[in-house]
Design a protein around this ligand. Sequence first.
Ligand SMILES: C[S@@+](CC[C@H](N)C(=O)[O-])C[C@H]1O[C@@H](n2cnc3c(N)ncnc32)[C@H](O)[C@@H]1O
Length: 369
Amino acid sequence: MSEFPTMIPEEHVAQRDAFLERMLKSASGVFDIFSVYLGDRLGFYRVLAQQGALTSTELAAGTATHERYAREWLEQQTVAGILEVEDAATDVTARRFRLPLGHAEVLTERESLNYLAPLAQLLVGATRPLDAVLQAYRTGTGVSYADYGVDLREGQASMNRTMFLQQLGHEWLPAIPDIHTRLQADPVARVADIGCGAGWSSIGIAQAYSKVHVDGYDLDTPSVELARANAATVGLTDRVRFHIRDASDPALAGQYDLVTAFECVHDMSNPVGALRAMHTLASERGAVMIVDERVGETFTPTGNEVEWMMYGWSVLHCLPVGMADQPSAATGAVMRTDTLRRYAREAGFRDVEILPIDNFFFRFYRLLP
Ligand SMILES: C[S@@+](CC[C@H](N)C(=O)[O-])C[C@H]1O[C@@H](n2cnc3c(N)ncnc32)[C@H](O)[C@@H]1O
């Protein structure tokens, strides 16, 4: 028997109650994400990971925050199951809270492939221009990438950073023998990285292949500035350069042995133009690799786990951003293989091959000239 009054036929009550439960769980999940954002940005997790169990007064002192806020957050995190409390029964300001090691890796270990704090930053970023997104739904226009702001840009960069630094040049590219061989050979190979964002993919390639030169292209100025700063930090400015350019600009010139595009073709208003430019940049001898979301081959009501999340990004960010410039292909994050194949053929490629590289979120495509 449902505890809620019945306003619908009895046979729908179980469905209603299950959905109510799901909505309430989702609300708690949203609070998890937003409170992780607070803990990450304010340095709470970092200080807890470094200093062990702390009182609210100690945490506030270690992070230059206000004790009352720190205490509320510590208690909320404990009830949410993210932190543990050592002595719940003692006086409120004497209680010690700790970050369990398993959670610390996910929330604070930037070099771990399990680092997921950026997911919270990315999600918060995706909600920043919500009013503009609502307006875009009504008018059929879009929302510019810049309007999503620094959290979206930095969250995106940090989400992919470890994979790009640890897997791209050490697992993914070595799995494609001819590309792997070319990147190690002479004359020095040149790589164009389209839609490079904060540049970690370009840097990952250059770090793994000690001779290659990489040009990263992106039309978002703050992203390119961030990419340049990242290249400087890792001491690669001699071999990795970043350029503010629209990938669909037919004037994009150069000749490259490898042309890549990571998680960006679906965001482009003119993906065919960008692929055409990639075709030109690769000319006769170069390879073209696109890495995009591992969604299903067709729309099915149940989708898959990745697709469920990708539709989430799409409704809040990827579709609006892709529709900011008109006319637009209006792709959205759920770019299926057939859609990419259609774009690729329009851009002059013969076909699209799915590369046998395993990744939970990404599918790897090679565009055949
Ligand atoms: C989702 S982000 C991916 C960034 C980066 N590749 C990564 O994986 O972290 C998409 C990027 O594509 C860039 N972008 C979108 N349209 C573009 C275009 N026409 N030319 C160049 N860059 C573009 C955006 O500015 C943004 O940096």
